[in-house]
Write a protein that binds this ligand. Structure first.
Ligand SMILES: NC(=O)c1ccc[n+]([C@@H]2O[C@H](COP(=O)([O-])OP(=O)(O)OC[C@H]3O[C@@H](n4cnc5c(N)ncnc54)[C@H](OP(=O)(O)O)[C@@H]3O)[C@@H](O)[C@H]2O)c1
Length: 231
């Protein structure tokens, strides 16, 4: 029997994470480790697991080190992760007059420290040909900054970009790919009901970039539409 490709998706209970997990679990030859902060209420993932038989639902809060360590400890039976998708994130749109250490802390713990520390703890499952995907945002582009939407979220995605870039250099010789993706503005709880893109459009676009990953885009910041995003 052919070995299934294993994809790990964080924050897979709703939004783009659920869209990615759903598409991948329905693909022949794939299995998905889908994480949620509260698996009990992740009804769509439970249904997807029953429908496909290829979803493993795991508890993970990426902002808590002990949750990451416990989660990694439960992966003892997983030989290899082929694609690691860092999707989970929160917003933080405070302006200068609203800034506080607390406002930055939760956003950075979730959007930056979480993906970095999770990568550390599942590193042993990644091998030659594995791919680490990080969902960033155009709002993290310094070249594209237009002054809107507040500080913490923008700054967290710029920091995530630096993590990914640094990681790509360190993992290049080991044949582990790194890809930063811009999902586009999609209709999720984060993107809002007026966002121009359907979740399916963003998800299909991102999966196209993942499927077509090549050394030419290793460590690059690429849109769901395949366009390179300026740093
Ligand atoms: N939608 C857009 O327009 C857009 C644009 C640019 C970039 N992005 C990026 O795309 C990714 C997905 O966004 P989305 O629109 O799907 O957002 P979303 O609808 O708000 O979903 C966010 C997901 O992250 C999870 N999450 C939040 N904090 C977490 C934590 N501490 N530990 C584990 N999971 C946590 C949420 O779980 P709970 O249900 O437990 O809260 C939820 O599953 C994010 O990285 C976001 O920054 C989105």
């Amino acid at each position: 029997m052919a070995t299934l490709r294993t994809v790990l998706v964080t924050g897979a209970n709703r939004g783009l994470g659920l869209g990615l997990a759903t598409r991948l679990a329905r693909r022949e030859g794939y299995q998905v480790i889908a994480t949620a902060r509260d698996p009990q209420t992740a009804t769509e993932l439970h249904d997807l697991a029953v429908e496909t038989g290829r979803v493993r639902l795991e508890q993970l809060d990426v902002s808590l080190e002990e949750s990451i360590v416990r989660f990694a400890g439960r992966l003892g039976d997983v030989d290899r992760i082929d694609v690691l998708i860092h999707n989970a994130a929160i917003t933080g749109y405070q302006e200068l007059g609203e800034l506080s250490i607390a406002a930055f802390s939760t956003v950075f713990e979730t959007n930056v420290f979480g993906p970095a520390v999770l990568t550390r703890h599942v590193r042993s499952k990644l091998g030659r040909g594995s791919l680490i995907v990080l969902l960033s945002s155009f709002t993290g582009s310094i070249a594209g900054t237009d002054g809107r939407i507040g500080f913490p979220y923008r700054m967290s995605k710029a920091a995530l970009n630096m993590f990914a870039r640094q990681l790509s250099i360190q993992l290049r010789d080991e044949g582990i790919g790194v890809l930063l993706l811009r999902p586009g503005n999609a209709k999720t709880r984060m993107g809002g009901a007026d966002a121009p893109l359907a979740v399916a459009t963003s998800v299909d676009g991102m999966l196209g970039q993942i499927d077509n990953f090549s050394p030419a885009v290793h460590g690059e910041f690429v849109g769901y539409d395949g366009k390179i995003v300026p740093w």
